[in-house]
Design a protein around this ligand. Structure first.
Ligand SMILES: [Zn+2]
Length: 190
């Protein structure tokens, strides 16, 4: 059998990594049934046997599209940084694990946008202090807000982008963030 590849992030999914970041997903992958990419969260229709990552070509993008993608890099890194810090502040072990996994996934989204826009450098963002969020409930609430903002961003700005591939990537990643809203929005059940 050929290799299972996520065409959005380009990662190969195999027996060893199918369960990576499982804390960030509501229903988990099993060896026999891989439903999403463990690295970027893209759903099953983007996982293809011997698939090839989308051919991201920044030369096809106009200035406005590049600006939108550049901002998407920043948004995802901002959220990745938040989750990384939140995972150290959170008290509950399970919540910590969820934040760690979410952090890795948001950084992967940033990496995808960097490839789309052909950006080489990571943007330098202001160092944020989240220590005032001193309970797991508040952290989850802040997380949920960020995820909602991300979904709004993708929905709003995909309308301004003409490149079909980018529109598809935005839709896929927006769907991933929607699951994160659900995941972080049920704080009391965690
Ligand atoms: Zn992926």
């Amino acid at each position: 059998m050929g290799k299972l590849v996520c065409v959005i992030c380009g990662m190969e999914i195999n027996d060893k990594n199918y369960n990576f970041n499982k804390e960030a997903f509501i229903s988990s992958n099993s060896k026999e049934d891989i439903r999403y990419c463990p690295f970027c969260g893209a759903p099953e229709q983007y996982l293809q046997i011997d698939g090839k990552e989308f051919d991201y070509d920044k030369s096809k993008l106009d200035d406005n599209a590049l600006k939108i993608v550049d901002h998407a890099v920043k948004l995802e890194i901002f959220n990745g940084d938040f989750y990384k810090k939140a995972s150290t502040i959170a008290k509950d072990e399970k919540v910590k694990k969820i934040f760690e996994a979410l952090s890795r996934i948001e950084y992967m989204h940033a990496r995808i946008h960097k490839k789309i826009g052909g950006f080489k450098e990571d943007p330098v963002l202001r160092d944020m202090d989240y220590s005032k969020y001193d309970s797991d409930d508040i952290l989850l609430e802040m997380a949920c807000k960020r995820e909602k903002h991300a979904v709004e961003y993708y929905e709003k700005y995909s309308k301004e982008i003409e490149d079909k591939t980018i529109v598809e990537v935005f839709a896929a990643l927006s769907g991933v963030e929607e699951e994160h809203i659900e995941l972080t929005g049920k704080g009391e059940k965690v």
